[in-house]
Every structure is written in C-alpha cells, then in structure tokens.
Design a protein around this ligand. Sequence first.
Ligand code: M6R
Length: 367
Amino acid sequence: EKAGYDHFMLKEIHEQPEALRRAISGRLSIDNQEVILDELKLSSEELAGYERIYIVACGTAYHSGLVAKYLIEDLVKIPVEVDIASEFRYRDPLVSQDTLVIVVSQSGETADTLAAVREAQDKGARVLAISNVVGSTIPREADDVIYIHAGPEIAVASTKAYINMLMVFYLLAIRLAQIKESISQEKAVELIADLKNIPNQAAQIIKDSEELFKEFAGDYAEHENAFFIGRGLDYAVALEGALKLKEISYLHAASYPAGELKHGTLALIEEDVPVVALATQKSVLDKTLSNIQEVQARGASVTGVVLNKKEEVVDALDHVIEIPETEELLTSILTVIPLQLLAYYVAVEKGCDVDQPRNLAKSVTVE
Ligand code: M6R
C-alpha cells in the first residue's frame, strides 16, 4: 500500500500536488472570478458580519492557523487570534456570538480540539471545522465544516493534511475578502489564478528539493540541534519545519522570528550549527538577509529557502532551494515542502522509525 515508497510519509509528501488539486477542485470558478464554498451553511451576510476570528487547533493543525492569521489579517483586515486547543479550553477565552471560531483537525477526533468546540459553542460562538476525515466527531459537532480532501494520511507526521489546510485557508480568506470587499476584484482574480498554479509548483519543488536533501541530510543527522528562522509567513512555516524535524528525526529543533535572534538565541549559534533560513517574503527580504549574514558570521551552516537565487547573500549559502515564483502571500505551501523532505531524509539517515515515531500517536483522542 506504500505504492513503492519506503514509507507512508514519503508517499504522502509525493501525493501533495494531487491532494492540492482535490482541495481546489470545484471551489474556484473557471473564469477565476470566484471562490465557491458551497458546503458552508453560513450565509454571505453572516460571514460579512464577523469582525473577529479565533482559530483553535493542536500541533501541525495549529501551525496552519498561524499561517491563516497572516492571510486573513492581510486580506480581510480583521483581527485573528490563534490558540492551542489545550490552552483555549482551560482559559475562559474571550469568544462570544460575534466571534467566528474556526477549529482545525486532520483526524477530527483530537480530544482537546473537540473540547474547544464545545467550549466555544457554550459561549455562544458559531464553530466552523476544517477537517480531513468525513463524518468524524469534530465536523459532526461543529456548526459548519469545510473538508480538506487530502485523502487518508497514515504517517504520524502530518504533511499533505497541513498543505491542504493551508489551501482551504487561502480559499476561505479570499472568499471572506470578496464578501467584505476588503480587496479589489482584480486582486482576487490574480490570487485565484496563482492558487491554480500551486499544485504544479508543488510538484516542481518536490523534485528539486528531494535531490538536494538526499545528498546532504547526513550533515544534519550528525547534529543535535537545528534552528529555523524567518519573518512573517516564513516564521509560521519555520515552526512547522522545526516540529517535523523533532517529531521524526529526534533532533532538537527550534524556530525563531529572524529578528528575535539577537535577543538571546544568537548565543547558541556557533561553528557548523545548522540553520534553515526561510527568505520568501519580499517585503522583509533585506532584513532577513542581514539576519542570515549574522548567523553565517558566527559559523552557522545555512540552508536557504528563497524566492530568488539572484541575491548576493544567497550565493554565500551552503545550500539553496528556490521556490517557484508566486504571490508573496501564497508561498507557504511551497516553502514547507523542502522542510518536510529535510526532516524525512534526516530521519532515514538516522535509522528512525519514520512513520511511527516514538511516544506519538496519529490521533490524540485522550488528554
Ligand atoms: O488530527 P489533528 O489535526 O487534530 O492532530 C493534531 C496534532 O496531533 C497533529 O497535527 C500532530 O502535531 C502531528 N503529528 C504533527 O505532524
């Protein structure tokens, strides 16, 4: 059932372009004018009425919410709070009828996320679930559901579910922005056209980065620590990259907003320490590039994930992955792919049980 792949995780990484196609299938009009989310019971008027969104989830699903915060705040211009379900459920969160609460869960069975659904509903909020498993508990209890259609995910480490969660958030953010008229129709059309390209671009980046990481994952495997840095959306993706590396290859990985380094973490950077630097956000590119120089000056071995190889600093990197050109807001799906492959090949190199990492379960149905 692994279709010739050594592990389910690798199979699922390779299934991502197809999974993305399923996530957008039927949801983008042919003329690129419209996002269609027919399954929502919420009317356009109701959606337009929300002035605040709360996103609640665990683990990788929580990380998809962090990306969504940037997207929604940028496109829809309303504040988005993102919380970890096990925190949300015990802290008397400030939600009410005026808040749209979005919960995200691949399995639809995560105990803490389910408790968050009930907590939010008790406080009078309407809950929209984003989930992969049709008919699972969270979508059944939520008021609305959007399925991500990633197909069955077997490996404990989530890959295709994460990128499909992002795709659904892109769709939802554009839809909300259109309803609220917070972006021009021209901008919406551009974004929709770019979204349609993402599955092919994902296939391209799998090809490019797999070659590279097969070769040098061994360099990472020798280390005990790795750092991931980035700004804006890149920081949100860096968190997911660090989680993947910890989860399956047992390296200690930490991720930081690049501008935070000099407030403490820079003390840990010494000769040969591996740093993965994400630099796809044009608006803060110069800033990120200077942070890359700071860690290089202390001897770090830097792998860059960049939009454009032409920058000078990029020439000086130890390894570079180039992301296919797309709108700055839409890079996250592409940026995470090399990070998944890095974690995978490091785990293989170290002889770890990739699909069943120690101490972890696919679905966390107990607290
Ligand atoms: O099924 P869920 O999306 O609710 O699961 C949430 C987390 O347990 C899950 O994403 C976990 O962090 C993954 N193993 C990460 O790869």
